[in-house]
Design a protein around this ligand. Sequence first.
Ligand code: NAI
Length: 699
Amino acid sequence: MSTAHYDVNGEIAVIRLDNPPVNGLGLALRQGIVDGIKTAEGDDAIKAVVLIGSDRAFSGGADISEFGTDKMLAEPILTTVINYLDTAKKPVIAAISGACMGGGLELALGCHYRVAKPDAQISLPEVKLGILPGAGGTQRLPRVIGVEHALNMIVSGAALPAKQFQGSPLFDEIVDGDLLDGALAYAKKVVSENLPLKRVRDLKAKHENPEGFFMFARNTVGAVAKNYPAPLKCVDAVQAAVTKPFDEGMKVERDAFSTLLQTPESKALRHAFFAERLTSKIADVPSDTPTREIRQVGVIGGGTMGTGISINFLNAGIPVTLVEMKQEGLDRGVAAIQKVYEGRVKKGKMSEDKAKACMDLLTPSLSYDDLKDADLVIEAVFEEMGVKQSVFESLDATCKPGAILASNTSTLDVNKIASFTKRPEDVIGLHFFSPANIMKLLEVVRGDKTAKDVLATAMKLAKTIKKTAVVSGVCDGFIGNRMINQYQREAILMLEEGATVQQIDKAIEKFGFAMGPLRMADLAGGDIGWAIRKRLYAENPDMTKMVVADRLCEMGRYGQKTGAGFYRYEPGNRNALHDPEVDRVVDEVRAELGITPRKISNQEIVERCVYALVNEGARLLDEGIAQRASDIDMVYLTGYGFPIFRGGPMHYAEEVGLPNVVRAMEAFTDTHTQPGFWEPAPLLARCAGEGKRFDERSK
Ligand code: NAI
């Protein structure tokens, strides 16, 4: 089935791209364009061709559903299509509205003329997937908008509105009215004035001081690109556009494209791209499951989390009723929300009108009665089962039938919370991360009785408030925190074995984490983990204790909030400073435990921390808590600062090779750790043995 339609309008042929939603350049569409050009060329009555997409998109580039399939590489590939346009004997005019991205822009650049709506979005975003434009984008864009501007767009992947290019050869005309009418009028002008076939490849990409400019570009791009090889390859390709004839420049681009496609960084970025799209798919909840309307939200608790959670909905234009116990707490919560909006206005990130409109959607209240019309209520009160119980009993008594009752608990049993109501099917966990108005991650905790439409509604709502939602089953810590506990445990045990605080954090930060485990513990507050540990020690008397961490907490060193933890902090400053007092505590604990400190390599630090995540992740998969390994990766990429260029812990382990991970883990059995801790999870052992990736596992 062709996804390009051919029509005739007088002397002009119109090829309309029709591959919703964004005219991805799949095989059928590519073939349709070529067929259309051939038909037009074979018809003497046709004098020019207009190539047009939909209002939403001229074309969003490659068809992602073809990624990794034979169709992507089947002729006509995009460069072949573009060559057809470029060498067509009749003028081809691209008519552009909506998204004109990546391959879509390259397609347009292969046409002789281009007209566009002023707000059409123009970009070459390939760098975001660790590659570069591979169908002439790096060679043609500098020829029409100038070398510096093109390089900026290619290394940033940023989208710009078409009107910004008015007057440049990128667009021959900006059309304010109907795009097809404008394009046809332009095509008629080309025919009547007998205008030449303008080929972008025949233009020159010029720069007055190319050597100086590209040296400067390499320095600045290199400094920002850090762990990513693609941006520097973009510089090489754009330089070739200036210094080499067109066909040789195309070869430089092609070679760079093939090289980048094989890099681990690009694999990781592409993995993350697809992983993000997969998170919303739930095996037993079809995508057409009806959802409940969420027009009004209630939030209980105006503390750290409740205020951040409220802002998400206010930003999305959904009214929020914020309930607190006492006026003082309520005032504090409202003031905290107000402060966030003031900050955004001050930084120029939001207009004053928009901030006011958001604040106008907020209704502060001291009464649960004000929640009776809410479609969704999220509680973010103290983390105590007794408090949760009284809140959920009140909600059950107050809320209308069909309202969704959600808990933001980070550790408590959502099934138990649901049992406090007579409607456990309406109860769900919505675990936001702090600061809740900023962090992308939302763990959606599915209770045993949570109704499918409640789950579907939560997933849809997450998109409305721009979160990456990952489904988790009920367990202690859900996906993210259950894994991070293992990672932090290893970090602290290595401290006792011989590493230093600074060495551990530096090794992990060099691996690419935004923050090392000990700095992170100081930021989160040591008291929370300590309370959890005390409970675990009581439940499991044989458990290896994290003595250094416990000792620091006993000394009141809870991290940043008390000015001291694994580091010390100057008042009002978040810089983590070396504290000899911590070294003394570590020495003391080593002596008490009879540990002779040994030299621990940075490699061991990274492997023990990261493989602790991987092993726990494999257990979560086996238990069905996480649906797929790529969901675990998304939790880590969006909620825990795991380096994106490594694709998340599970993807990273697969790239290292699961048999290698298992072998490394076996070597850690002798370390000062919990007996059995380094036993590979059954799923990990099985995948390693069968040579499979996690998500290829047999069910
Ligand atoms: P917080 O102590 O900052 O705020 C709790 C607020 O709830 C207080 O303002 C308190 O007055 C209010 N409150 C308590 N009982 C209430 C009741 N019956 N009715 C109305 N308001 C009541 O606590 P935070 O940090 O915001 O945590 C809240 C919940 O979010 C907890 O369940 C916690 O485990 C969870 N959470 C916390 C995260 C964090 O990083 N702080 C991250 C993710 C989840």
